[in-house]
Write a protein that binds this ligand. Structure first.
Ligand SMILES: [Zn+2]
Length: 531
């Protein structure tokens, strides 16, 4: 504990664990009484920096050292992060504008790491008063009474972050506070007396970060309250002016359309928010896959040969579904398509592979396109539809998205590969049945009838000695790819068979040139990404 302690201008000390308030018993380096704190602070007691100054100086230290600023936030290195850093260096309160599932909350929670590890507070004070300059009447009285002997406590940075989701039923009492008549009666106090106040979330966030998600959903009256604090540091509770110079870094999030809609945000509040920062969905499939890999629960406890495997092309297909959905005209653009879609879809596809594997006693479980279709329940709730989509139904729209995603990924892997031999076999009248719960062995035996089909699996990066479940997944991907690009057909009765329509369907998105920084495709040619 002492080894990590540091005495510095911010009176902060080494990492401290819960309980939240802890009066340190004995320590040489860490002040435990007001007198000791005063000695560390110097004779006159240099003013503790404001939260925004504290964040700024810690940020500068990290920038100098080249430390990661927001670990786990992927794809914002050149867009959101620089703007956010500028906002924090400017000591701004700021708002993140973005659609759902764009890591806004993760960024806000990441601000905690820019706070000092802990700060000195008056024990028990709801406002986390600085013992050297208490705000509230109770603490001021206590300092006067106890002087240098007053114990002090240390508050860790995790306890200095307060987050609230704005909903229409959030009240002023929730955010700012209320007059507590019982407290008043007990203390024999006037109702307007500061000591009768019951503080809301914002005063309790004093000396920390106060984050409000979906700011436009907050009632106008509360927005005025927030504005007063940003402007004057002045909290008005139930008409009683209580002047509290709160020290808070305020951060907000909003859907861009709500935020810019006239009348949803009171203009003076908007004017006081220093920086407006736009978030966005991952711009490349590569970044998106990195996020999904980080967030999805796919590394599951299992015996080694039973662990579920997710081939690269399946990860790509799952990711591509989200890209297709965001470009899909039948899906509502204003609410967006969260990154949670590919995350839950990948988890569900892995589970379906696990389930089949357990039923058939075939290991390892390897996910295939069939499992992505089985993951429909994790897809359909993740977007809201336009009228045309409503007519078609969420299931059908989701199936269309999967098919378009498979087409795009398949083209990326097989663009320069000759698949004519396989297509001709189907054109000559051949067909392959589909058994969703069948064994890989049976499927492969059936697929072996198609000349050249098994050889094509090498193009997916399949290793020569791959287990049957891996090979079956690769064959399934090829067949689904040929179906998605309309080279063959698929139906419940006949399985895969010759194409019924001639013109190949183009994927919804425009293609883009390949990236040089893409992960290499094992065993395959350099692959193009279509974002
Ligand atoms: Zn206090």
């Amino acid at each position: 504990m002492l080894a990590r302690a540091r005495t510095c201008a911010h009176y902060s000390v080494g990492a401290r664990r819960r309980p939240k308030y802890r009066v340190l018993e004995s320590s040489m380096a860490i002040p435990r009484s007001l007198g000791e704190l005063r000695r560390v602070a110097g004779a006159s007691g240099p003013r503790h920096p404001s939260v925004r100054e504290e964040v700024r100086s810690n940020l500068i230290r990290k920038l100098r050292a080249g430390d990661p600023l927001f670990p786990g936030v992927i794809g914002y290195e050149e867009t959101v992060i620089p703007q956010l850093v500028n906002a924090l260096l400017s000591r701004h309160n700021f708002i993140l504008l973005g659609l759902r599932g764009q890591a806004k909350s993760r960024i806000l929670r990441g601000l905690v790491h820019l706070l000092d590890e802990s700060i000195a507070i008056v024990p028990g004070c709801e406002l986390h008063d600085d013992p050297l300059q208490p705000l509230c009447a109770a603490c001021r009285a206590r300092v006067a009474r106890e002087g240098d002997d007053m114990p002090i406590a240390w508050l860790s940075r995790d306890d200095r972050y307060v987050e609230k989701l704005a909903t229409p039923d959030v009240t002023i009492a929730d955010i700012l506070g209320d007059v507590d008549p019982i407290k008043a009666a007990r203390g024999g106090l006037e109702l307007g007396n500061e000591l009768t106040m019951h503080y809301g979330l914002l005063p309790r966030a004093n000396r920390g970060i106060f984050a409000v998600n979906e700011l436009p959903d907050l009632a106008g009256k509360i927005q005025v309250g927030l504005f007063n604090i940003l402007q004057e540091g002045d909290v008005q509770i139930k008409g009683y002016p209580v002047r509290l110079r709160l020290d808070v870094l305020m951060a907000f999030t909003a859907n861009p359309e709500d935020y810019t809609a006239r009348g949803k945000i009171i203009t003076p509040l908007k004017d006081r928010i220093g920086s407006e920062i736009r978030t966005h969905y991952p711009t490349t499939r590569h970044q998106a896959m990195a996020i999904t890999t980080q967030e999805a629960w796919t590394t599951r406890p299992a015996a080694e040969d039973e662990a579920v495997r997710l081939p690269q092309y399946i990860r790509e297909v799952v990711e591509e579904i989200a890209f297709q959905a965001r470009a899909e005209r039948r899906i509502d653009k204003r609410s967006g398509v969260s990154q949670r879609l590919p995350i839950t879809c990948l988890e569900n596809a892995a589970s379906n592979a696990e389930r089949r594997s357990l039923l058939n006693r075939e290991y390892p479980a390897v996910a295939g396109v069939i499992d992505v279709y089985a993951a429909l329940p994790s897809i359909t709730g993740k977007f809201e539809m336009e009228y045309e989509g409503e007519l078609r139904g969420a299931d059908a729209v989701a199936r269309d998205l999967i098919r378009a995603a498979v087409a795009n990924v398949f083209i990326g892997h097989f663009e320069n590969t000759d698949t004519r031999g396989v297509v001709e076999w189907f054109d000559a009248g051949g067909s392959l049945q589909i058994d969703e719960n069948g064994t890989a062995e049976a499927f492969l035996a059936d697929a072996a009838r198609v000349p050249g089909l098994l050889d094509l699996t090498r193009q997916t990066g399949l290793e020569p000695k791959a287990p049957p479940t891996s090979r079956a997944s690769a064959v399934g991907f090829i067949l689904e790819g040929l179906y998605a690009t309309k080279k063959i057909s698929r139906s419940d009765e006949r399985g895969y068979h010759a194409a019924e329509t001639a013109a190949p369907r183009r994927p919804a998105r425009v293609t883009e040139p390949s990236f040089d920084d893409m992960p290499p495709v094992p065993g395959g040619a350099k692959k193009k990404y279509y974002n």
